[in-house]
Design a protein around this ligand. Structure first.
Ligand SMILES: [Zn+2]
Length: 327
């Protein structure tokens, strides 16, 4: 305050030099705050001087901790797939995949079929794998939770990252005696689609579940969700659009059931292929993975009818026993 008063006085005395004095005063103010003894300023400076090494130490400590956390995220966290060391796992290399399995156990025989599965996936989707897939069979739930901290992994049997080059297999399969072969095929479908689009579009495709999951469940020929009979029984009364149409799906509804939705979506994919032909379906597939934001318009363009109509016709086919086919 003292210096500000002095400045004003100077300006009043010499108005011609207003601008110059003003600038000069600001310079004096700034330098005097440090140079001239003044109790509160001095205290501030003392505190500042004392704080400096502490702040420096905190900064170094924080940087060290951050580096430690990032480094630990490789062998014990979400960066495990890209970690050069994977503690507790042994690796088996195939042409199309690398499998990491509990080092104290032998990997199940199904993993040896991965190359064959990958070739079949390419033929089924009319797409090519561009990268090897890293498959991590979590040796326990802790590894799955640390590897996929953004997901509630416990209800899941397998997870494919949107990058398309990493598949996690969870302990669910062993605990519930689900088919490893079916789940590997399911996740390979996701991996193949993701490798043929961008990460953002791969994430977006989750909103087109009938397409994304329907293809995966169809390629995997999965039976672990619901038998054909159980599906038909429920489909007799439940509106299939609520499990297929992205505009009508409500996963928070008490009536929602993923175990019913997955086969409903699978059979819809198979209905479309049977009705319009594999070539037409592939046209949609290529367009949809390139532009998932416009899946609804693309559907109408390729199949010459809105998805709501197609689902209605599919439901009729299901309720009259024409679909799904008996395997
Ligand atoms: Zn899936």
């Amino acid at each position: 305050m003292f210096f500000r008063t002095a400045t004003l006085r100077t300006v009043a005395i010499n108005p011609d030099q207003f601008a110059y004095v003003g600038v000069w005063s600001m310079g004096v103010n700034q330098s005097l705050n440090i140079a001239i003894p003044n109790q509160p300023c001095q205290m501030n400076q003392v505190i500042k001087n004392e704080m400096r090494p502490i702040i420096k130490k905190i900064a170094i400590l924080s940087a060290g901790m951050l580096t430690f956390v990032v480094l630990m995220a490789f062998p014990f966290g979400p960066l495990l797939p890209w970690s050069p060391i994977k503690p507790g796992y042994h690796r088996t290399t195939f042409a199309s995949a690398e499998i990491y399995f509990n080092r104290n156990e032998r990997a199940p025989e199904e993993y040896r079929e991965l190359d064959q599965m990958a070739r079949e996936a390419e033929a089924f989707h009319h797409l090519r794998f561009h990268q090897k897939v890293t498959v991590i069979a979590c040796k326990n739930w802790g590894d799955c939770e640390r590897g996929l901290p953004w997901l509630n992994v416990h209800p899941l049997g397998g997870v494919t990252l949107a990058t398309g080059d990493v598949i996690y297999i969870t302990p669910t399969l062993r605990e519930k005696n689900f088919s490893l072969r079916e789940f590997l095929r399911h996740e390979l479908s996701h991996a193949l689609i993701s490798q043929n689009t961008t990460i953002r579009k791969s994430v977006k495709l989750n909103e087109v579940a009938w397409f994304n999951e329907g293809l995966a469940v169809s390629f995997a020929r999965q039976h672990d969700y619901l038998s054909r009979e159980a599906f038909l029984s429920r489909a007799a009364t439940d509106e299939l659009a609520k499990f297929i149409d992205p505009a009508k799906i409500d996963q928070s509804s008490p009536n929602w059931s993923a175990r019913f939705a997955y086969p409903a979506q699978r059979y819809f994919v198979e209905y479309l292929k049977a009705t319009f032909g594999d070539e037409r379906f592939t046209q949609f597939l290529v367009k949809c993975i390139a532009d998932p934001d416009n899946h609804s318009t693309l559907f109408s363009e390729v199949f010459q009818q809105p998805i709501a109509d197609a689902i209605g016709n599919y439901q009729k086919a299901v309720r009259t026993g024409q679909r799904p086919l008996v395997e």
